[in-house]
Design a protein around this ligand. Structure first.
Ligand code: NAP
Length: 357
């Protein structure tokens, strides 16, 4: 990535921070949702921040929601609280909990197998869970992958592919990836996605931004691999700059700044709007289909104000995107023709999973 792109990325981040509220001033808060009683939605990381708001609002609008979380007890307590608040306002919320820890690819495979075994439809998969361990030293999961890369990109990629049979059953269906404007500052070296070659010194900021860019690139190739008849649309969204627990690892100084500038920073409900829009608005599939028909090089991307946006210039690097795709499949233990085989209704074996325990 050249200096110009890097400066442009930072400019966009600062611009979003200063002007997101003005850009999104046409949106209501909370965002009214269309009728979604017939939707089944999985939301990862729904015990905190943006994911919590997404799960609550989808359930209150009638959807069947599965909170895919690593702390089931926290999710159960939230459901109890929401049911109490909701009592007398309609039917009880249709919401349940399933455990998944994205730091373990075995756990992701077990989750997908358990869900697919129900043989029911899945209409919306929301890959929301993410980490931003700013200032922390490089850490690796038990699978051996840098943690930002695993939680923000590899595990959601594995989940998306393994859930394709359920998404096909739910077609027309959507995969919504909660991405970030910060992918504009990322640069992915497909030969060193895990930052282990020593070619570049690891910094946590780079780990975060690169994981988000890798997700956009992977989503672009997945969009191309899925035939239009499969009826699965993929959208990456920026939630804006949002006051959530994602800032828990930021320095005390930056955390104080978060509190001092509440006008500029979205609250979690405001930050949930672009994802809820991507998950439920009837115009979104039309937009995705239009991009696909035009052979647009990148996947659909919505900004925090729910308007279409162009991902970074680096995200348009098709050759790198295909290399990221291949490398990602290798890292998550799937054969390179997984998508085509799953579309054909064949089984695909993953290197990870229950039998590896
Ligand atoms: N906040 C922002 O300004 C901002 C900006 C751009 C993009 N985003 C993206 O928005 C998404 C949601 O973040 P947030 O701001 O709402 O942060 P958050 O409040 O920290 O929520 C993150 C969620 O992810 C879950 N999670 C983390 N590691 C996990 C793992 N190994 N397995 C399963 N779940 C895991 C967390 O679970 P626990 O509660 O168990 O920790 C939590 O529920 C992330 O993808 C983030 O990158 C946020």
């Amino acid at each position: 990535m050249g200096w110009i792109e890097w400066f442009r990325g930072w400019f966009q981040l600062i611009y979003e921070m200063l002007f997101q509220r003005i850009m999104a001033s046409h949106l209501q808060n909370p965002m009214p949702l269309p009728p979604i009683n017939d939707l089944t939605c999985i939301v990862t990381g729904s015990t905190s921040g943006i994911g919590l708001e997404i799960a609550r609002q989808l359930a209150q609008s009638g959807a069947h929601v599965i909170m895919a979380v690593r702390k089931p007890k926290v999710a159960q307590d939230l459901i109890q609280k929401w049911q109490n608040e909701w009592s007398g306002m309609g039917l009880p919320l249709n919401i349940e909990v399933m455990e998944v820890d994205l730091l373990s690819l075995d756990s992701v495979v077990r989750f997908a197998e358990e869900w697919n075994a129900r043989s029911g439809p899945l209409h919306v998969l929301i890959n929301n869970a993410g980490i931003f361990s700013i200032g922390e030293p490089q850490k690796f999961s038990k699978d051996g992958y840098e943690e930002h890369l695993q939680v923000n990109h590899l595990a959601p990629a594995l989940l998306s592919i393994l859930l394709l049979p359920s998404l096909i059953r739910g077609s027309p269906s959507r995969i919504v990836n909660v991405n970030s404007i910060m992918h504009h500052i990322g640069f992915v070296d497909p030969e060193d996605m895990n930052f282990t070659s020593g070619k570049k010194k690891y910094r946590s900021m780079m780990g975060y931004c690169n994981s988000k860019l890798a997700q956009v690139m992977f989503s672009s190739v997945l969009t191309k691999r899925l035939p239009a008849e499969a009826g699965i649309n993929i959208v990456c969204v920026s939630p804006g700059i949002v006051h959530t627990n994602v800032a828990r690892d930021l320095s005390k100084f930056v955390q104080a700044a978060y509190h001092l500038i509440p006008y500029f920073i979205f609250n979690a409900q405001e930050g949930s709007r672009s994802t809820l829009f991507a998950a439920t608005d009837p115009q979104v599939p039309e937009y995705c289909e239009m991009l696909k028909a035009d052979e647009w090089p990148v996947c659909a991307f919505l900004s925090q104000d729910c308007r279409p946006a162009n991902p970074s210039e680096e995200a348009h690097n098709i050759q790198t995107a295909y290399e990221v795709w291949e490398k990602t499949l290798e890292m998550i233990g799937l054969p390179s023709d997984s998508v085509e085989r799953l579309i054909e209704g064949e089984e695909v074996k993953c290197r990870y999973g229950a039998e590896q325990e």
